[in-house]
Design a protein around this ligand. Sequence first.
Ligand SMILES: [Zn+2]
Length: 311
Amino acid sequence: MRQNFSAYSFRLKKNKNYINILFVSILFFLLLLPIKNFSQSKNSKPFVVVLDAGHGGHDSGNRGNGYFEKKIALNIVLKIGKKLEKTPDIKVIYTRKKDVFVDLIQRANIANKADADLFISVHCDAFTSPKAFGAGTFVLGLHANERNFKIAQKENAVIFLEDDYEQNYDGFNPNDPESVISLILMQETYLDQSIEAASSIQKSFVSNLKRKDRTVKQAGFVVLKYTYMPSVLVETGFLTNSSEGSYLNSSKGQSNMSDAIAKAIINYKSQRESSMQNQISYSDSTKLNIKLKKQVSLLFKIQISASKKIS
Ligand SMILES: [Zn+2]
């Protein structure tokens, strides 16, 4: 009888050892499974940038010192595009690559259809005083002052050259400051990212090119209103200023400006990716912890119930 009891107790111990080995193996397998899935989940969609050269065709833009804003904007945009096209994971789309007129709403539609990650509209500024100079970047918002309203008014005036502007822009009047308030609601969603992109461009102008810093500002630009993505309008400098005008009209000036803007876009892309990665890592590690806790508690329940049956 005693011998039988010893044999039974030996078998019990042996079974418990098997269960423990099985428990550790399953736990190890479950630990590996979610980590493998996490490392496989990578975003393969390219970063889509829409480059918008302001004006074109019968709309020359401003003619400060006899220069053509539409030509300078297009040259800068094409140069930015060439640089970005060489960058991995970036897809470039242009609203125009030639000297043609494109409605403002059509420019936004091109970006929306492409489901773009960033919209950059390139322009040159003009002012009544030839002394004004420097590069500035704008995001959509209320005009903080009369000067910003004037800049937006000038860029928005192009809609008067369009055939159906009253229908297309819901009765928007570029000359009425009140009319602009209705513009800003949609872009509010992307305001933080638009400011992040604009700041990156502005920093690049100042640190790479030593341009006068006219800072990031908010104003009511129609072209930025209809885009469903972070959007920035760049005023590369004043054609009405003699030295800045000739710099922007020169091949060297256009190369420098496009270099600075392209670098800023690449920099913004990296910032967004690292911020997205942090968000993904955080939510994934939280999900992973919850999943593991559930799995471990389930395994303990199985082990306890198995041990009870044996003993
Ligand atoms: Zn313009």
